[in-house]
Write a protein that binds this ligand. Sequence first.
Ligand code: GLN
Length: 268
Amino acid sequence: MQPDAATPANGPAQTPITIGVLALQGAFIEHITLLQRAAATVTSKHPGTPLSFIEVRTPSELASCTGLILPGGESTAISLIAERCGLLEPLREFVKVQRRPVWGTCAGLILLAESANKSKATGQELIGGLDVRVQRNYFGRQVESFEAGLRLKFLEGQEPFHSVFIRAPVVEKVLGVGGEGVEEGEGTVVAPARRAQKAEVEIMGRLPGRAKALRDQTTTAEDLGEDGDIVAVRQGNVFGAAFHPELTGDERIHAWWMEEVIKAAKAA
Ligand code: GLN
């Protein structure tokens, strides 16, 4: 029998994976750079899976993505530009209906929350997808930016992840699945079209007491016998981190997340 023309000699072709980074505002280039660097690790574990990385500015670019990163920046600006580019509804569709894998960092986490406190009175829109309420700018102003070593659930047994927090949000409340318990109020925005999803919110990382983190970048919340602030969460295919892993040059989270995207694509 003749081999299938589409089947290379070394086995069946793997589904190509396209990772998009929303490129409307903020630190999108840094994410692309770190994805490219992490690609070697991912390819060594998934040989034959073609990986490509694109900047996303249009609905058709979004439609070509297997998974998407929403970068840090300014969540109000990103949501306003997304609306003007006709991307806001396609983004909600991508995250909450198609449930393709998505990862938000800092402003990206805010956009993925079902509810956000301390929001601008006008103009802030959320994509939603994570049943949490975040508080914007929880750790203070730009000049109060800081760095801390974090223990993350998926990097267990490894060195703490050196994390950069810049006007970062915190996850102040985990809501019931489907946004249950969400409350509207002054300065609180809520994402529209909530749909119940089966997955629960998992806490993936907590920040040790902040004052201590400033002095000692390796102490963890557990070491201090305290819970610590929630700074990384996951619910099904939606992952959010309050900090900026793309600014440190440490590619471990990008490599881990890309493998999660590959797993989700294979399962779909
Ligand atoms: N404070 C910003 C916001 O509310 C987020 C900051 C960041 O992404 N570094 O959108």
